[in-house]
Design a protein around this ligand. Structure first.
Ligand code: SF4
Length: 78
């Protein structure tokens, strides 16, 4: 799955939502989150983000690995 990271916080541009073919990107209070079970790994959201906040889970910058869990936890609590 693709993952939204901290660069989205207080930005929430939402350009990613326009691109996602399966509507699996959800707005939270301060950032967007991607549902890991619904994401089909198409990659379209990544270049759409003006903040470069979206990464593929297998190529996450190490300091942002915590957001893999953060995205999963957020969507499962909805
Ligand atoms: Fe949606 Fe594709 Fe991004 Fe997954 S990779 S969140 S399916 S646009």
């Amino acid at each position: 799955a693709y993952v939204v990271t901290d660069a989205c916080i207080d930005v929430q541009d939402r350009a990613c939502m326009e691109e996602c073919p399966v509507d699996c990107i959800y707005p939270g209070e301060r950032m967007m989150y991607i549902h890991p079970d619904e994401c089909v790994d198409c990659g379209k959201c990544m270049p759409a983000c003006p903040s470069e906040a979206i990464h593929w889970e297998h190529k996450m910058p190490p300091e942002q690995l915590e957001f893999v869990d953060a995205n999963a936890v957020f969507v499962r609590e909805q």
